[in-house]
Design a protein around this ligand. Sequence first.
Ligand code: B12
Ligand code: SF4
Ligand code: SF4
Length: 383
Amino acid sequence: MSDLRDILRQKAAELGFDACRFASAAEPWTAGERLAHFVEAGRHGEMGWMETTLERRSHPTAMWDGAKTAIVLGMNYGPEADPLPEMADRSAGYISVYARGDDYHEVIKGRLKTLAGQLASRLNAEVKVFVDTAPLMEKPLAQRAGLGWQGKHTNVLSRDHGNWLFLGVILTAAEIEPDPAEKEHCGSCTACLDACPTNAFPAPFQLDARRCLSYLTIEYAGPWPVEFRPLTGSRIYGCDDCLGVCPWNKFAAASRESRLTARAASVSPRLADLAALDDPSFRALFSKSPIKRIGRDRFVRNVLYAVGNSGDLALVESAERRLDDASPVVRGAAVWALSRLVSAEAFAEKCDARLSGEEDESVRAEWSLLPLREKVAERSEVG
Ligand code: B12
Ligand code: SF4
Ligand code: SF4
């Protein structure tokens, strides 16, 4: 069987994967109980699909009772340079590294299928492929296969590749000899916990997704709780802070996969341009990108929160134009952005007249956020 493993590793490398390791899919684990605790505590927020698939998600055999072996693949999406300093430019948006090229689901899935086809033809055994969207806990499987370990930020990192790794899994009914599991190598380091802008880690190795900017920018549909809006800074899609500060990135290299290479439009795009996107121009700009999935309204909402954090008065007009947007979540975010950029008097002049014509409850609520009005008033008193 070790011949088969070598053949698959070789084939995986030819397909552009940077790691290919094997684990038992049938042995019990504690990850399912931890997932149940995560959901019981409400840490999944509005990702209701985690709750509805909880049972099937708890262990590979709960989803497919024939699963014997997991083949875990890693693909390096490392950037050319440390991306975090890009956030110093507050008039530009920050898009997380994983979303700067083509959608990784599309890049990886076809190759997993090719690899699974090779396996099936050699073993005459059933195979299934997974990347991200199935009810399968990919990270604990990756650790069990020895691909890396779940760091204190909960993501899988590796001694060979650092933090910028996508995961994909092939489950098979064939028994294949497993690789040794990886141990945890975080030691006394707390860099990721300390770097998190929203304090999203209730404890090391645990995340409260409700506080995570990746969740808020991508998964959360409505107006954000106000406390998180200033904390997002210029992050408009995903967040890389906890990954980017990890010392193990000194072993990371730039991705060799051209489809994952950053597009020019995804590195420091101007907020003024993004705030002006309508649906067709959003779709055209982010064609084949994972960003397309969240839709124009949610994306422009994020852009307007970043506009409100920019301190750039040249962006006042961009926010003001969105006060009449067809989408309530965009109008609400425009109100918030203006309240941060202009004086209380200017805010009243630009916005108050519109309140009487506003029918959407959530947008009206933006005006009635007392702390917001008080803060605006306070700032104009000071300044
Ligand atoms: C839901 C989800 C999210 C949610 C929740 C994230 C999370 N940490 O769970 C949100 C939207 C926030 C998110 C964000 C991101 N995600 Co995401 N996400 C997923 C998804 C679909 C499921 C993950 C899951 O099951 N979460 C549930 C929790 C309970 O799982 P967990 O964190 O693994 O829980 C473990 C720990 O909490 C630990 N634990 C709990 N208690 C205790 C106590 C002790 C003492 C110890 C030691 C451990 C421990 O044990 C649990 C079980 O292993 C996976 C794909 C998949 N199908 O697996 C991708 C996935 C995890 N995401 C991925 C990525 C890239 C990201 C982002 C980096 C994207 C970005 N740049 O914005 C961020 C990272 C944020 C972060 N710090 O985690 C990659 C990660 C790849 C990797 N190398 O790990 C995955 C695997 C997708 C993929 N196929 O590549 N994601
Ligand atoms: S992705 Fe950002 S907000 Fe989420 S846990 Fe990491 S540092 Fe915190
Ligand atoms: S930053 Fe430190 S604690 Fe966090 S994952 Fe990396 S090594 Fe572990």
